[in-house]
Design a protein around this ligand. Structure first.
Ligand SMILES: Nc1ncnc2c1ncn2[C@@H]1O[C@H](COP(=O)(O)OP(=O)(O)OP(=O)(O)O)[C@@H](O)[C@H]1O
Ligand code: SF4
Length: 852
């Protein structure tokens, strides 16, 4: 039970909750119920955080809804009394009246639940399973229907030519009157036998949710969101009306990348291309040559508002979605089955939902929220894996372009212009020429600055300087920005280049022309809180635009929501969120809670190792880390540890470069081969795509032999999201402190910004410098906490952690920034006495029953 007597039953937890889960659920409930504005929660991975979040928020919501119903009845009753003015009705009549109003609402919910029951069996029996079991047939059907669209591989490349453009942007209106071919729709209905359903009155669901509060759950990756859906599936909550079985109304939202069912558009790897491809389809009536000269306008899956058949399909989609808890993949299948676009159809469920799960992008961007119709007012906003939230908001609003990229873009644009010159109207030609000119201006600016030795990382750039000796101006950028948005030219050109070169630009995180487009948009609309500056990537020079203050973007969410909950496995140090994410919030309105781990105290030991086994001090600072004697000392220390640790050992290095430097040094002597014999060495490669193979081979080695050692990099592919339970990591070793590069343009700009902000407030140099140091250290320590949290995954798990650098023990500010559950298990001993580390390690594992 928590301090207020709430236990697992109160929260309808599907398991017997761990002690810390009860505490966490109680604290989250309090944030919502006691009108805190912000909750900051750290719950180590493996402690069932997701269920704690779901159970506490849903319990509160259902309690709130019950109370809301009673309040509504009381309000109506008082209104009636006021109108009738004589209040001498007996109490029992009032009760009957109340009962009557309540049962009306209750019956609505009951009817909707019964209505959903019908869909549930249908979804189970026909959609999900049929597609799984019988996928080939379904896919073939869909292929057949869309054959005309597939055949649009026109010889004359029409699809890559933008629609005629005029400068007043008259083509910018999305044509709302696009018609989805009636014949195709009829054909689909015949194939699917949907007539019965579409004529059914599906309006029931529209009425059932009068609660103004929705729970928004947001996480970074698609797999985290799916994991959340699976945890929601495990739960069941007390209904908001006695005697009615009330389902959780759960709606997962995603981008077109996950939800587009168009056979061609959905094939693009890159979300920008899918977005523009979809919008382009809707903007342009694409005449398509197919069998029987079919003409398809827009996307045939796009829901059409004035078409009753289409509207009914959307409602049907919504009810199938709510018939049980579904994940994104299910929604995709339901959309395919109903031949209605899931990306657009999900919006019909927004007002009924109790929990909406969505990726960061859709929550954090105002335009995305508006398009989806998400109302944050009075809502409970949960941001999971929130340790990178500041960086994520900054990255979402930052852009960059390098000299090399500008040069490649110019070549591509010129090539495209030559190819399509005769088919581009005047408006397109003029604007493409202007884009080339703008690229020229940027290129020349960088080259001139470089030649005048004016380029240093972090050096601020004023937009006006870029345009000072040329005739490009800000007005032009605004016009170009509009052209880029309306014409979808980046999509057209990238699509064409991919076709002729076979080059998969779609595989890049962002195709080049989209990058240039995004950068030009920043030039056109820089935020007050953003800055332009130079940076260097090897020999290449870039101009970066970075949002330095994320709090303004986040402010609208905080101000509208009832409360915002930031949760994560490693949230410490937490002060950055208060300083840089919601500095305007009164501290009294913030509740912070850092959970212990579920493991018993003696299942984890943490050592800070200040000296090697041969007595050399460990200090992996930038200046000292190249000392080969220290690197050899590290090797001997590893050998000693490897002799005394069972199973797998995961090691985190501060960078790939340093990892390879250390290995090549060890290979010069016998260190590498001795260690490799004790535990086979595996290492993460910077550009490797074969992570699964690496992990599988590492696991197999541990299973079959004496264990293995895995070298990886902080911030690399293995430091987040991958869990090393049990024998996969009996030890985690952290080498040094992974500070980001102090001389990168990004860090220089951020530190300067923080300094200026603090100085403006305090006029105190010392305090301003300290704020910069804290900020810099916090980035490092969050990364340390994230990496070392990989090894303990469940209540019975046990491991040791070695923090290899004397600064971990000598600098108390550093050790105070370790996660609470790690800090409290730091072994106190003479850090210069390595024997003690070895002996304690040995007895730790012997006590656990391991054979060393
Ligand atoms: N009290 C409990 N008893 C048994 N199993 C539980 C309990 N609480 C949660 N679980 C289950 O344990 C599994 C692991 O949960 P896990 O710790 O990974 O969730 P999490 O803390 O949200 O993880 P992460 O921080 O990695 O997102 C889940 O399948 C969950 O259903
Ligand atoms: S309307 Fe839907 S299915 Fe059609 S292209 Fe757009 S996202 Fe894809």
């Amino acid at each position: 039970m928590d301090a207020c007597g709430k236990d697992g039953n109160f929260f309808s937890h599907p398991y017997e909750p761990y002690h810390i889960q009860v505490q966490l659920m109680g604290a989250i409930y309090d944030v919502i119920d006691k009108n805190y504005k912000i909750g900051l929660f750290e719950s180590p991975t493996g402690t069932g955080k997701t269920l704690s979040i779901i159970c506490s928020t849903m319990t509160w919501l259902r309690n709130y809804k019950r109370q809301l119903h009673l309040d509504q009845v009381n309000k109506l009753e008082s209104k009636k009394e006021e109108e009738e003015e004589d209040d001498d009705e007996p109490e029992w009549i009032k009760e009957v009246y109340k009962e009557k109003i309540l049962s009306k609402q209750k019956n609505l919910l009951k009817d909707y639940e019964l209505h959903l029951d019908e869909f549930k069996s249908e979804v189970d029996a026909t959609v999900v399973h049929e597609i799984k079991d019988n996928g080939v047939d379904n896919r073939r059907r869909i292929k057949k229907i869309k054959i005309s669209v597939e055949n649009e591989d026109d010889d004359d490349d029409n699809e890559f030519v933008p629609k005629d453009y005029t400068s007043d942007g008259e083509n910018s209106q999305i044509d709302e009157n696009l018609k989805i071919q009636a014949e195709i729709r009829d054909l689909l209905i015949k194939v699917e036998g949907l007539e019965d359903h579409v004529v059914r009155d599906n309006a029931l669901g529209d009425l059932i949710n009068e609660c103004p509060t929705t729970i928004f759950y947001s996480s970074r990756t698609h797999s985290q969101l799916n994991q959340f859906s699976h945890q929601v599936k495990l739960t069941n909550f007390k209904s908001s009306f006695e005697g009615v079985q009330e389902r959780i109304k759960y709606l997962p939202l995603a981008s077109r990348k996950q939800l587009c069912v168009h056979p061609k558009i959905s094939k693009f790897e890159n979300v920008s291309l899918i977005n523009d491809g979809c919008l382009d389809l809707q903007q342009n009536k694409s005449k398509v040559k197919g069998k029987g000269n079919d003409v398809v306008e827009g996307c045939q899956y796009f829901p059409k508002h004035s078409d009753p058949i289409s509207e009914n399909l959307v409602k049907r989609f919504r009810d199938m979605t709510f018939s049980e808890v579904h994940d994104i993949e299910d929604l995709h299948k339901i959309g395919e089955k109903l031949t209605i676009c899931p990306y657009y159809s999900v919006r019909s469920g927004v007002n009924i939902s109790e929990i909406i799960a969505l990726p960061y992008q859709l929550l954090l961007e105002k335009s995305a929220r508006d398009v989806l119709g998400l109302k944050l007012k009075d809502s409970i906003v949960i941001i999971d894996e929130a340790h990178n939230l500041l960086d994520t908001i900054s990255a979402m609003n930052s852009t960059s372009i390098s000299l090399q990229e500008l040069s490649d873009t110019k070549k591509t644009l010129k090539f495209y212009m030559n190819k399509f010159r005769t088919r581009l109207n005047g408006g397109n030609r003029v604007n493409l020429a202007k884009i080339i000119k703008m690229v020229d201006i940027l290129q020349n600016f960088i080259i001139n600055q470089r030649n005048s030795k004016m380029v240093t990382p972090g050096k601020e750039i004023q937009i006006l300087d870029i345009f000072s000796d040329n005739n490009g101006d800000i007005l032009n950028i605004h016009k170009l920005d509009k052209y880029l948005s309306v014409s979808k030219i980046a999509y057209k050109i990238e699509g064409y280049m991919e076709k002729i070169t076979g080059r998969k630009s779609m595989h890049r995180s962002m195709p080049l022309l989209f990058k240039v487009t995004a950068f030009m948009k920043s030039l056109a609309n820089p935020s007050r809180e953003g800055k332009f500056f130079f940076d260097k990537i090897g020999e290449d020079i870039s101009i970066n635009y970075m949002l330095l203050d994320s709090s303004e973007i986040f402010r609208e969410i905080v101000e509208h929501a009832r409360c915002v909950i930031l949760a994560g496995g490693t949230m410490e140090p937490m002060e950055d969120y208060e300083h840089y994410l919601f500095p305007y919030i009164d501290k009294q309105k913030i509740l912070k809670f850092s959970c212990d781990h579920i493991i018993p105290d003696d299942n984890l030991k943490v050592f800070s190792v200040g000296k090697s086994c041969n007595g050399l001090p460990f200090e992996f600072t930038f200046d000292k880390r190249n000392d080969n004697k220290m690197i050899d000392g590290l090797g001997f220390t590893f050998i000693e540890l490897a002799k005394n640790i069972p199973g797998g050992v995961v090691v985190f290095f501060p960078s790939y470069k340093y990892l390879f430097q250390v290995i090549s040094q060890w290979q010069k002597s016998t260190i590498y081969s001795i260690l490799n014999k004790l535990k086979k060495i595996f290492k993460e490669e910077q550009n490797s795509t074969e992570l699964d193979d690496l992990l599988q081979n590492y696991s197999l080695e541990i299973l079959n032999n004496k264990g293995a050692i895995l070298f990886s990099v902080v911030g690399g592919k293995l430091s987040e999201g991958i869990n090393f339970s049990d024998n996969l990591a009996r030890a985690v070793i952290m080498i040094g402190l992974p500070f980001p590069n102090l001389f990168s343009g990004e860090i220089i700009s951020k530190r300067k910004y923080i300094y200026d902000q603090v100085f403006a407030k305090t006029q105190n140099k010392q305090m301003s410098l300290e704020a910069c140091t804290h900020f810099y250290e916090n980035i490092c320590m969050r990364a340390v906490n994230q990496s070392i949290g990989r090894s303990i995954r469940h209540i019975g798990d046990y491991a040791t952690i070695y923090l290899i650098d004397k600064r971990y023990s000598e600098n108390t500010r550093i050790s105070s920034k370790l996660s609470g559950w790690v800090r409290k298990r730091l072994v106190t001993y003479d850090i210069n006495d390595f024997r003690q580390v070895v002996n304690t390690t040995r007895s730790f594992f012997v006590n656990k029953g391991d054979r060393i």
